[in-house]
Every structure is written in C-alpha cells, then in structure tokens.
Ligand binder design. Structure first.
Ligand SMILES: [Zn+2]
Ligand SMILES: [Zn+2]
Length: 130
C-alpha cells in the first residue's frame, strides 16, 4: 500500500488523509466492531496519528475498549459511515476502516484479532496465526 492514503464517508462530508504506520493491517472480530459495523468484523488500517487530518465535521463516539481504556469511533453525522477507531492505549496511531479508503483494494488483511469473539456465521473469515 502507498504511504499516503485518502478516504472519507459515503456522503462526502467528511474526508481524511494520513500516512501508513509500519504495522500490520488487521481484521477485528470483537463485539464492539460487530455492533458498530453491523457486520461480523472490521477491517483496520493503521495510520500515523501525527500525520492524520480529518474534517472537523466528524463526530466521535467514546466507549471502553477491550483493554479497559477509552476507545473512540469516528463517524459521519449525516450518512453515519464509520471511518476511524482510536484508543488511548495506542497513542501513536489511528485506525481507518478499509472500506472508507478511496482505494479500498489496497487493503490486505494480515491477521485477525479477537478471533475468539467471531460469530459462528463469520468464523470462516478469522485469519489463523501461522
Ligand atoms: Zn457522510
Ligand atoms: Zn474490534
């Protein structure tokens, strides 16, 4: 994937850009991701938080993450599309949802996290550790 990425929401109100962090892209099967995305898992791309810029229109939903620390979900107040996830535990990075990228084909999932929380109808998407 290219170093610089751009993306945004479905309706076009919220746009973002940032640089890829040198860390794996991953699939998350946790219950938060299930409830927030309305699907079995999320597809996450880590970016460098220091390079990340997003339209001020974005809204943020705060919750308690699996680590027990605050976690934030960024979404569009008009179309509801989710774009970002960030945790106080990992202060150098912000994750963007692969499908919010302008070029989502560039995403390649490298691993799964919270695979044990995958729903029975979604276990086939869990990437087993090799
Ligand atoms: Zn929108
Ligand atoms: Zn998750």
């Amino acid at each position: 994937m290219t170093k610089e990425v751009n993306g945004g929401c479905k309706c076009g109100l919220v746009r973002y850009k940032g640089a890829r962090l040198d860390a794996p892209m991953f699939r998350c099967h946790c219950r938060d991701c299930q409830q927030l995305t309305g699907t079995g898992h999320s597809e996450m791309v880590p970016l460098e938080l220091s390079t990340f810029v997003i339209s001020e229109d974005v809204r943020t939903y705060q919750m308690t993450g699996g680590s027990g620390r605050p976690t934030y979900s960024g979404f569009c107040p008009v179309c509801g599309a989710q774009m970002t996830r960030r945790s106080d535990r990992m202060s150098d990075r912000i994750y963007v949802h692969a499908s919010s990228l302008d070029e989502p084909r560039l995403y390649v999932p490298e691993k799964s996290i919270y695979g044990h929380e995958a729903q029975p109808w979604d276990v086939a998407s869990v990437i087993e550790e090799t």
